[in-house]
Design a protein around this ligand. Structure first.
Ligand code: SAM
Length: 213
């Protein structure tokens, strides 16, 4: 089925508004009221078709997850996976994460995942990279003290750029993994892009960073 012009997508999301949150900007500072359990809140920015957020929801019932994906034709794939996973601790937001401070209060978030973010390789598009310093300012505002960013990518240039950007911002880089799959982390939940690039034999990079106290 072609996804581009899909009139059913709005209905599908509305019918499942227990997963795809309507009017998410009104939930700022109240996200835990959205979930059954008051527990740590983890965000994924650019969830794509949802393999990671649905898999993490299943693996970690002790965490509440929010996946943000701006493309409607893509987020409906994530919605299907969340429904199939039959998890109650995952919500999806069909919005552009251009400024997380409009969606989340100060210190409301425990962890942020950046998985295979668009690399924006041209220098003139640097500001669009999700690890540009203006994005780091937003992440720092919404993350709890000691909150963590976990980034995975296949893109060496984006990875190197991001490590520089984190470092220049003063972040503490706690892990740099240049071959995530070489270690066979049994708890690693793969994304769609990760599976695709890994199957082609490309190394997957991961880092974990925290903001300064
Ligand atoms: N994370 C998924 C994976 O690893 O399979 C998808 C990776 S894909 C390269 C990047 C996704 O991020 C796209 O689906 C895109 O629409 C989404 N995205 C990029 N910038 C975004 C933003 N500012 N807000 C919400 N979604 C965004």
């Amino acid at each position: 089925m072609r996804l581009r012009n899909k009139p059913w997508a709005d209905d599908f999301m509305r019918e499942n508004n227990h997963v795809v949150v309507e009017e998410p900007f009104s939930k700022k500072d109240k996200w835990n009221d959205e979930f059954k359990e008051d527990q740590p809140l983890h965000l994924e920015i650019g969830s794509g078709k949802g393999a990671f957020i649905s898999g993490m929801g299943k693996q970690h019932p002790e965490v509440n997850f929010i996946g943000i994906e701006r493309v409607k034709s893509v987020i409906v794939g994530a919605l299907r996976k969340v429904l199939d996973a039959d998890v109650s601790n995952v919500r999806l937001l069909n919005v552009d994460a251009s400024d997380l401070r409009d969606l989340f209060g100060d210190n409301e978030v425990d962890q942020i995942y950046l998985n295979f973010s668009d690399p924006w390789p041209k220098s003139r598009h640097e500001k669009r990279r999700l690890t540009f310093h203006t994005f780091l300012e937003q992440y720092e505002a919404v993350l709890k003290p000691n909150g963590q960013i976990v980034m995975k990518t296949d893109n060496q240039h984006l990875f190197e750029y991001s490590l520089m950007s984190f470092s220049q911002y003063g972040c503490k880089i706690e892990e740099v993994n240049l071959d995530l799959h070489g270690l066979e982390d049994p708890y690693n939940v793969m994304t769609e892009y990760e599976e695709k690039f890994s199957n082609k034999g490309q190394p997957i990079y991961r880092c974990r960073v925290r903001f300064p106290d």
